[in-house]
Design a protein around this ligand. Structure first.
Ligand code: CTP
Length: 408
């Protein structure tokens, strides 16, 4: 996993309680560490019955703490130190017992005493039997904690350790990491900003089973959406035919073809500060959609599909911007296989963009489907900035840096 700039060098305290999901939290500790965080793990006594401190120390590279560390004579108020320096406290799995203690300010182990001392946001990831979760006592404790600003993630619906199906499963570590990014980024430079991002290719149907599509994987657009969330933006992600997991915190709208994508983008932009149009929109659609599957007959040797233009979404957004001033900033992409700069400049001007991100999609290490990209930024003033080959996540970071400057 790549280092995540938002998470890099952050102090994250990870409190682990006694539930079977504790074994999955070792994976979360590993993911946070790989993302660049300094992760201090605190285990409650019952957590150690499921996973030992050695496991967490091995994945974080730091010693994992238990309540015994509270009483060590060479430790000076470890709970206050941990609580003071933490950027985020995550409690996973959070048991009904620990939720009750937190709600009532009890502080009888290193985790609960650290939670009381903490000045940072606290994320709670409950996991327990469904009956324990829905119990009125637990729900009352949850309400108290929510009111105090604790961030709850889950629990999810699914199979629990008891074998029963219900609401009580801990959400998966990748989703907990996604939520942590929302919480850590909440006060970022794009806090309060609404950003629309489009991603993926569109499918233009010919008949009920066939379509015209393109090779776009959606990876660059999804990375941009995640980078915007990391900076505190409220993100609407409008997605063509792509099945990638939604970045936590994004409002996702799935569309199939260019026409509904145009309607969704224009509607979302009415309220938006910026649009980043990373989708690979088909330029042509079938003039007539066959009602039934087109059959080949013995004498069909040639077959013609009559095509008409799809709407140019950025043109539609430009017209809206001219009439209502929204979105303030528009960033487009240019997928080219020749004359990169000339073609991209022409698109920048024709579509009224503030910035265009041009990429040579014929290169094998950049563009469609791969995890890397080599792009050139061209600003409305004509400034050309070629970037080196980098991951799509890094390109996304750079696009967002430019957006923040453009928004002023
Ligand atoms: N785009 C759009 N509506 C379309 C086609 C493209 O809004 N119907 C957007 C893309 O999302 C991208 C930019 O326009 O941000 C440039 O897309 P690209 O496919 O490179 O160029 P086209 O405008 O389609 O022109 P051409 O196919 O002739 O290169």
């Amino acid at each position: 996993m790549d280092s995540i700039p938002l998470v890099h060098n952050k102090n994250i305290v990870l409190g682990v309680c006694g539930g079977i999901a504790a074994y999955k939290v070792a994976d979360l500790a590993s993911k946070l560490t790989q993302a660049g965080a300094q992760v201090d793990v605190i285990l409650t006594e019952s957590a150690t019955k499921f996973v030992g401190p050695v496991t967490f120390a091995a994945v974080t590279g730091r010693s994992a703490l238990t309540t015994d560390d509270l009483w060590r004579h060479d430790q000076h108020v470890p709970h206050v130190q941990l609580g003071e320096k933490a950027d985020l406290l995550i409690i996973a799995p959070a048991t009904a017992n620990t939720l009750a203690k937190l709600a009532h300010g009890q502080a009888d182990n290193l985790l609960t005493v650290t939670a009381l001392a903490a000045r940072c946001p606290i994320m709670v990831v409950p996991a327990m039997d469904g009956g324990m979760w829905s119990n009125a006592a637990t729900q009352a404790n949850v309400s108290i904690l929510r009111e105090r600003g604790f961030h709850f993630v889950g629990p999810a619906l699914g199979r629990m350790a008891s074998g029963l199906i219900g609401e009580g499963r801990m959400v998966e570590p990748s989703e907990i990491l996604g939520f942590a990014r929302v919480v850590l980024g909440a006060k970022g430079p794009l806090a309060g900003r609404k950003i629309v991002v489009s991603a993926g290719g569109t499918h233009e149907a010919i008949d009920p089973v066939r379509f015209i599509g393109n090779r776009s994987s959606g990876k660059q657009g999804f990375a941009i959406a995640q980078a915007a969330i990391d900076r505190g933006a409220e993100v609407t992600l409008i997605v063509g035919a792509v099945t990638l997991p939604t970045p936590y915190g994004a409002q996702r709208i799935d569309v199939e073809s260019a026409q509904p994508m145009c309607e969704a983008v224009v509607a979302a932009c009415r309220e938006a500060d910026a649009l980043i149009m990373a989708a690979a929109v088909a330029d042509f659609q079938a003039a007539h959609l066959a009602d039934h599957k087109i059959k080949k007959t013995r004498d069909t040797v040639e077959f013609e599909v009559h095509l008409t233009r799809t709407p140019d979404i950025l043109q539609a957004v430009k017209e809206q911007k001219e009439s209502i001033g929204k979105p303030q900033i528009t960033i487009g992409f240019a997928a080219e296989t020749q004359n990169l700069i000339d073609h991209a400049l022409a698109k920048l001007h024709a579509k009224g963009l503030d910035l265009i991100v041009a990429n040579d999609v014929s290169a094998t290490d950049a563009g469609f489907a791969v995890d890397t990209n080599r792009v050139t930024f061209i600003g409305a003033g004509g400034g050309v900035e070629p970037l080196a080959l980098m991951s799509k996540a890094q390109v996304a970071e750079r696009v967002l840096d430019r957006l923040i400057k453009l928004l002023g």
